[in-house]
Design a protein around this ligand. Structure first.
Ligand code: NAD
Length: 446
């Protein structure tokens, strides 16, 4: 009989994972502690914006006309424990307040709630991003709390999906990494879960717990470093009059370097990279290996300096101060094709500028509801043009396709001053200049 699967935590990662496993043919049950989220998902509504996820949800969720009925949601841990052979833990692991370390309380709570209900053989699979050493600790916890004892196993299977491409990345990942203990059934069961992508040629790396946990931390550190590397080059370009976009283009032709993640601009944000590199540094410190990762401190600082630099450039464009100035901010999500505003560079810049006295109006195609909740004192507009009315400077801070397609002539008719700062280095500068705008980007000559 086909494996039955539970997904514990149905946020960006869990909701996608649950819907994709239903798409792969499994019976899936999703569990969360957030009743509103569960109600939305059960009604076939995705409570966040993720391209393609809504279609998968309605295709599979129980009770939706014409659905396969393979996917349902519950708040009952007992129901999940009774139902599933494999439980994926997909709960959040945010940065602890005032510290670099990861807050493991949600993972611990999920395992503590599930374990005492496991009266039959089960595999618990951690997907959340956790400090190295967590899987070993959680395996002991499971063994101590689960009535089925040794028949309950733990595996670690880090997740590499990108928001905005989450469905494609889950169904067709670059690789599958699993950390297991020798002698168990975890590998065999996970090969069954991932049989379809593996049949398409997706490689699986089977290793121990700490290596699997570290692959995720290392991948995020590498990506963050690559972004901060090019942003450090942007700082030097600004100081020397060079153009970082051409520098980056020239570098990208070198196969050893490659062009991806090499666009200079406002830097990275979101619910993963910033907190993950900080948690990695904190964990390395606990292990006595802190020196190995001191460079990540610099990666973090370069990244945060980009935000201050954008504020500085905006202040310059406003004539040296923000009082009585209107600033239009295009973008609120931390990246395009997402409504996620966790540690969003765009909103961080908007809030800093507002604190310094400007009237700031924000527009984003998808992230307005989340932004309003988190930053209620900012003003919000229903379109880029509405945000730009009377603006002394327009800031382009999230690279949505919609912003690339803006008409500089039309926008020029509503602003107070035709000044635009391109925080993502993707707008067509000559076109904006032709329409009478002062166009400035990061790391490029003015
Ligand atoms: P999220 O905040 O969107 O979702 C987490 C969900 O878990 C929430 O719905 C929350 O209510 C639920 N939850 C918390 N405690 C619970 C409990 N005890 N039982 C059941 N549900 C519980 O977070 P996310 O972005 O989906 O990230 C989840 C994990 O995956 C994190 O560790 C993150 O670092 C990792 N990750 C995320 C991404 C991404 O792009 N979002 C990519 C790779 C890895």
């Amino acid at each position: 009989m086909a494996l039955r699967i539970s997904v514990i935590g149905t946020g960006y990662l869990g909701a996608t994972h649950a819907a994709c496993l239903a798409e792969l043919g499994f019976e899936v049950i999703g569990l969360d502690v957030d009743q509103d989220k569960l109600a939305a998902l059960a009604a076939g509504r995705v409570p966040m914006y993720e391209p393609g996820l809504s279609d998968l949800l309605v295709k599979h969720v129980v009770g939706h006309p014409g659905s396969t009925g393979r996917l349902r949601f519950t708040s009952s841990v007992a129901e999940v424990a009774e139902f599933a052979d494999v439980h994926f833990i997909c709960v959040n692991t945010p940065q602890r307040k005032g510290e670099f370390a990861a807050d493991m309380s949600y993972v611990d709570a999920a395992v503590d709630a599930l374990a005492p209900q496991l009266t039959r053989p089960a595999l618990v699979v951690g997907k959340s991003t956790v400090p190295v050493g967590s899987a070993g600790r959680l395996a002991e916890r499971l063994a101590a709390l689960a009535p089925a004892g040794e028949q309950v196993e733990l595996a670690w299977n880090p997740e590499f999906l990108r928001e905005g491409f989450a469905v494609g990345d889950t169904l067709h990942p670059d690789r599958i990494v699993i950390g297991v203990r020798e002698g168990g059934r975890a590998e065999e069961l996970l090969r069954e879960v991932y049989a379809t992508p593996m049949a398409e040629g997706v490689p699986m790396v089977v290793t121990d717990y700490p290596t699997a946990e570290l692959v995720k931390a290392a991948a995020n550190s590498f990506l963050a470093t690559k972004i901060s590397f090019i942003n450090a080059m942007a700082e030097v370009c600004e100081a020397s009059g060079a153009d970082v976009t051409l520098l980056s283009k020239a570098l990208s032709y070198d196969d050893r370097i490659g062009g991806r993640f090499l666009n200079a601009g406002l830097g990275f944000g979101g619910g993963c990279l910033p907190k993950d590199i900080r948690a990695f540094m904190a964990r390395a410190g606990e292990l006595g290996a802190d020196q190995a990762l001191t460079f990540l401190r610099e990666v973090d600082s370069i990244n945060m300096r980009r935000r201050s630099r954008m504020v500085e450039l905006a202040r310059e464009q406003c004539g040296g101060g923000f009082l009585d100035r209107r600033v239009a901010v295009l973008g609120a999500a931390f990246k395009p094709d997402s409504d996620d505003i966790r540690d969003s560079p765009a909103l961080n810049v908007a809030a800093q500028i507002q604190l310094q006295g400007a009237e700031v109006t924000v527009y984003d195609p998808r992230a307005m509801d989340n932004a309003r909740k988190m930053f209620p004192s900012l003003s919000y507009a229903a379109s880029p043009a509405e945000a730009a009315v009377g603006a002394h400077v327009v800031l382009h801070l999230t690279e949505w396709q919609e912003f690339r397609e803006l008409d500089p002539v039309a926008l020029g008719a509503v602003v107070a001053e035709r000044r635009i700062l391109d925080g993502r280095n993707v707008l067509d500068g000559p076109r904006w200049r032709e329409a009478g705008w002062t166009y400035r980007a990061m790391g490029r000559p003015s």
